[in-house]
Design a protein around this ligand. Structure first.
Ligand code: NAP
Length: 269
């Protein structure tokens, strides 16, 4: 897939992996539409991208993509530009806590952004993508936790797993329209995710970054490489690849490994 002079929309572009992806795509000469709620952060990203002089066109849309009216505003901006070749569903939220200690609102809020907002924004933009010229792609930024239910992360895991099933279905359905799909599962990355997620009561968590997190720039370059190579699934780290292989080849072993490694995350104090 060629990214130069293609129109690419990124949700969650005001920080972390989305922002870094915007930088990599700008360097590839893509035309960008950046979406997130915080307009000041989007303006910051837009201004710093303009300074690099890499790309001619950077539109920003301040929108809460869990809201129908905001998704329609996003569509209006894209309609004005005429074409959309790549949609990167990246905006996401994490949620920590045991299932039996969490209030139902946690699951609902997590699905609202990680699953429903992604599917509904894609639905809103799909007619434009279909009639756009050349190769097209829909990307879902997920996580290895979407490949297998991770203890202490039931809401995050299940919302992303639902996203995987959705992407697999539309991969078949959209083939005739020359629209590729990519499920991108980055490993642990140094971003604001652990200070914007939810705890069992639906309050904002604030966890320190663990050691060994990848840089968002590195993850963004792997995402763009996966797009250019028309990959169906990208797992960026060893944990993801181990989960992917063992979940069917040796599910008992995978259960024991996860249980041992993450005991402190889900056992009661
Ligand atoms: N960091 C990791 O270790 C890791 C690992 C695997 C997968 N991921 C996935 O990577 C994706 C990006 O996360 P990140 O790590 O880069 O975290 P992040 O820095 O917290 O980025 C999340 C982005 O989503 C946007 N967002 C949140 N709610 C939104 C809403 N209702 N409407 C529109 N935009 C919204 C945020 O911007 P505003 O607050 O301005 O709206 C922000 O730009 C997520 O899907 C996450 O699940 C992250």
């Amino acid at each position: 897939m060629r990214l130069q002079e293609r129109n690419v929309l990124i949700t969650g572009a005001s920080s972390g992996i989305g922002e870094a992806t915007a930088r990599v795509l700008a360097a590839r000469g893509a035309r960008l539409i950046l979406v997130a709620r915080r307009s000041n952060e989007l303006e910051r990203v837009q201004a710093s991208l303009r300074k690099t002089g890499n790309t001619q066109q950077i539109e920003i849309v301040s929108a809460d993509i869990t809201r129908d009216s905001d998704r329609k505003r996003v569509r209006k901006t894209v309609e004005r530009l005429g074409e959309l070749h790549v949609l990167i569903n990246n905006a996401g939220i994490t949620a920590h806590g045991r299932y039996d200690e969490s209030v139902p609102a946690v699951l609902r809020k997590t699905f609202e952004l990680n699953f429903f907002a992604a599917t509904e924004l894609t639905g809103e933009l799909l007619p434009i993508i279909k009639r756009s010229s050349g190769d097209k792609m829909i990307v879902y930024v997920s996580t290895p936790s979407g490949l297998y239910g991770i203890p202490g992360r039931f809401a995050y895991s299940s919302s992303k797993a639902a996203g995987h099933a959705w992407m697999e279905s539309i991969r078949f359905e959209l083939e005739q329209d020359h629209i590729q799909t990519l499920i991108f599962c980055p490993g642990y990355t140094r971003t604001a995710l652990r200070t914007s997620g939810l705890d069992e009561k639906g309050q904002i968590i604030s966890e320190e970054q663990a050691r060994g997190a990848a840089s968002p720039e590195h993850i963004a370059s792997l995402l763009c490489r996966g797009m250019e190579r028309n990959r169906r699934l990208v797992l960026t780290n060893l944990n993801g690849r181990v989960i992917y292989l063992l979940r069917t080849l040796a599910p008992g072993l995978l259960f024991r490994l996860i249980s041992k490694k993450l005991k402190k995350d889900f056992h009661r104090a």
